[in-house]
Write a protein that binds this ligand. Structure first.
Ligand code: SF4
Length: 226
């Protein structure tokens, strides 16, 4: 498997924020979001090849039950299922962080952390924007994911104007448990996070959705490997 990096940190986002976790970042993502904070993992070749047993061995070096498989977009990796099965066999709690663009059935994953991409993520470059718009949102896939897995739904908020699109997306998916919906400020730096958090907090108070922290930005200013 092409692995971009493996590191130990705190889960920064979602309902498990604060949990010490080993992160396995897989290489490759077709979406090219405008504000992506892991552009170094976009390319399918960005990293080094591991056999799955070596990944499991690397994960065991840290005293953590929680393992987060992230990217890039991990759900496009053909070996993901095998990796998750082997991690589960070693009794890990597995979170998969995905944009929700691909459905894979029967993964023994404990939490599907889905972050559907809104129009605020569209890149400026016309060629990248065309690919992005083609694939960023697949309502049928999102529906299958939430029907099949324990999940959280994280929407990245750039401004208050994103709210109608978020509400429309939730309505289109249908059957979404609003207690599992989180709103997260779009912020790559601590200053940006602090500047946008009050606006997102206000939206959460108005809608009842949960505010999603970004501890890795707050604590380490999004330094790589955190
Ligand atoms: S889906 Fe995630 S990894 Fe892919 S470009 Fe968007 S933010 Fe980056």
């Amino acid at each position: 498997m092409r692995v971009n990096e493996i590191f130990y940190s705190l889960q920064g986002e979602g309902f498990l924020a604060g949990a010490p976790s080993v992160f396995i970042r897989l290489a490759g993502c077709p979406l090219r979001c405008r504000w992506c904070d892991t552009k170094y993992a976009w390319d399918q070749t960005a990293g080094r090849d591991y056999i799955i047993d070596k990944i499991i061995q690397a994960v065991q070096e840290w005293p953590s039950k929680s393992v987060v498989i992230t990217g890039g977009e991990p759900m496009i990796n053909p070996d993901l299922s095998q990796l998750v099965q082997k991690l589960k066999a070693s009794d890990k709690h597995i979170t998969i962080e995905t944009a929700g663009i691909v459905f894979i059935p029967d993964l023994p994953c404990d939490l599907m952390s889905i972050s559907p991409k809104l129009s605020n993520s569209t890149p400026d470059e016309p060629e990248l924007a065309a690919v992005h718009e083609d694939s960023r949102l697949d309502i049928a896939v999102l529906r299958e994911l939430i029907d099949s897995y324990k999940y959280q739904l994280k929407f990245i908020v750039d401004s208050q104007a994103d709210l109608p699109e978020i509400q429309h997306t939730i309505e289109e998916i249908g059957n979404v448990d609003s207690e599992k919906v989180m709103l997260m400020p779009q912020a790559a730096t601590r200053d940006e996070l602090l500047a946008k958090s009050p606006m997102v907090a206000d939206l959460c108070k108005r809608t009842g959705f949960t505010f999603c922290q970004r501890l890795q930005v707050l604590l380490w200013n999004n330094e790589r490997g955190t």
